[in-house]
Design a binder for this molecule. Structure first.
Ligand code: NAD
Length: 494
């Protein structure tokens, strides 16, 4: 069995605890990937001490040179794209086409970061006083603790680590327990690209132990967390108390709205991809289909037919549409919601059971599931399930559809299928989400655009695009008074 290590203090090291956890393929529990460190608080202490040293050197490296490292990271990711996709599918299950996309997002993020090294703009503005210079500039902050979920094992760590590093910070990465192998290869690539060793640390282990220790550590001033709203709440409370800079990206309950004038075939392709891609385990997954009465029955009957035809299996086998859930606990959660849906009066039109038989018996498979007759306000409408379960809600009007979309505590993504340009623009204005798609599914993000949600999905920050560079840098203002006299702002000039 392969035994993996942490990367701390510039070396691959065993955990101080001597304890390990197993990582198995969710499509085939007989397939053991290896054992990974179940690290303890002492490992976090060592990682922070090293990251503090790394920061002192890295912050003095010019930003364009930091960008050059990230450009090489992009090149290495591109050259190892297929290998990384295979590693990722093996440890979390989504089909290879999707894990290749996950790697591509990392490549795009690396190249974007590389170019940002030659921008990192501040502003130079006219001073209100004569012979005085006024400008702003960006400074790195310090050690960034990055805590990531299982569903985008490469892309999400790169969304956080690359801008953090480009801005001159050092990093401690704590990947989700389900996907430690992908994170290990990412750190290998960062080192191969020339990142000075103490600038990055990788600490494997349980969230409640080492995630918590990173969040609580006084020498980690920046925390970026992606995961469930429940865990994010704990992280947020601690960071608030300790005055830390915190980015939270959490749960979603995303709706695809299909109006009477929509192209139904397009809407059908969109909802199948949005609801069952990544086995429904995307923060942007389409978990609600809000359909106007005129097209409801036609869409639902075609949808059930297509959902039943999806091929379940090992994501590394060609022809697989839908892989397994990530764990038995995830599958049990989905099963609980099947019961809840039935109890609350929704109609099960397909799925609703574990997918079994043959090779499926070795993994955490679940049939693509559709409920109709879901009532706004019911638990299927309100709560994140994070599995292949789609709830169909019938509405009469555009106004009702928008109200259903907005009537949840989350606000990540939404989508509207319509041929009416006026309604499309109203949706962009009126839907309470960080992202709204017109005539496209709720899922998918581009590396050069800001990504994130409103309400209980996030706390106002964004990943990706130019906005994330604001998060990982501190704005400093410089004034140079070259008048040779005392000039008092707001006093001598009025
Ligand atoms: P999770 O909350 O269980 O775990 C996320 C990370 O937090 C893991 O690394 C885990 O080890 C760590 N953790 C757990 N307890 C902790 C604690 N007490 N202190 C610090 N860290 C702790 O989430 P998950 O199951 O890995 O991912 C699924 C969730 O992530 C879903 O809710 C999904 O919507 C959300 N998600 C959101 C986005 C987004 O951008 N909004 C993207 C992907 C996933």
């Amino acid at each position: 069995m392969t035994t993996f290590r942490n990367f701390i203090g510039g070396q691959w090291v065993a955990p101080s605890t001597g304890a390990y956890f197993e990582n198995r393929n969710p499509a085939n529990q007989d397939d053991l990937i290896g054992q990974f460190p179940a690290s303890g608080v002492a490992d976090v202490e060592a990682a922070v001490a090293s990251a503090v040293r790394g920061f002192e050197k890295w912050k003095r490296t010019p930003a364009p040179a930091r960008g050059d490292v990230l450009r090489r990271v992009g090149d290495l990711l591109a050259s190892r794209k297929d290998e990384l996709a295979d590693i990722m599918t093996r440890e979390m299950g989504k089909p290879l086409a999707e894990t290749r996309g996950d790697v591509q997002e990392g490549i795009d993020t690396a190249y974007y970061a590389a170019t940002e090294g030659r921008r990192l703009f501040g502003h130079t503005v006219p001073s209100e006083l004569a012979n005085k210079w006024a400008m702003s500039m960006r400074r790195p902050i310090g050690v960034c603790g990055l805590i990531t979920p299982f569903n985008f094992p490469l892309a999400i760590p790169t969304w956080k680590a690359f801008p953090a590093l480009l801005c001159g910070n050092s990093v401690i990465l704590k990947p989700a327990e389900d996907v430690p192998h992908t994170a290990t290869v990412l750190v290998e690539i960062l080192l191969e690209a020339g990142l000075p060793p103490e600038v990055i640390q990788l600490v494997h282990g349980m969230g409640e132990v080492i995630g918590k220790a990173i969040v609580e550590h006084p020498q980690v001033p920046v925390i970026s967390f992606t995961g469930s709203t429940e865990t994010g709440r704990f992280v947020g409370e601690t960071c608030g108390r300790m005055h830390k800079r915190l980015s939270l990206e959490m749960g979603g309950k995303n709706a695809q709205i299909v109006l009477d004038d929509a192209d139904l075939d397009l809407a059908l392709d969109g909802v199948l991809w949005g609801a069952f891609g990544t086995t429904g385990q995307r923060c942007t997954a389409t978990s609600r289909l809000v359909v106007q009465a005129g097209v409801h029955d036609a869409l639902v009957s075609k949808l059930a037919e297509r959902a039943k035809a999806l091929r379940l299996g090992d994501g590394r086998v060609a022809g697989t549409d839908v892989g397994p859930l990530v764990s038995e606990a995830a599958r049990e959660k989905v099963e609980r919601y099947i019961g809840i849906g039935k109890e609350q009066g929704a109609t099960l039109v397909c799925g609703g059971e574990r997918a079994t038989g043959g090779a499926l018996d070795k993994g955490f498979f679940f049939q693509p599931t559709i409920f109709t007759g879901v009532k706004a306000g019911s638990r299927l409408d309100q709560e994140e399930i994070f599995g292949p379960v789609l709830s169909v809600i019938r509405v009469e009007s555009v106004e009702e559809a928008f109200a259903v979309n907005n009537g949840v505590r989350y606000g990540l993504s939404s989508s509207v299928y319509t041929a009416n340009v006026n309604v499309a623009f109203r949706a962009l204005q009126e839907l309470d989400n960080g992202i709204t798609y017109i005539n496209a599914p709720t899922i998918g993000a581009e590396a050069h655009m800001p990504f994130g949600g409103v309400k209980e999905t996030g706390n106002g920050h964004r990943e990706g695009g130019w906005e994330v560079y604001e998060f990982y840098s501190e704005t400093k203002v410089g004034y140079v008074d070259y008048s040779g006299a005392l000039q008092r702002a707001q006093i001598d000039n009025y």
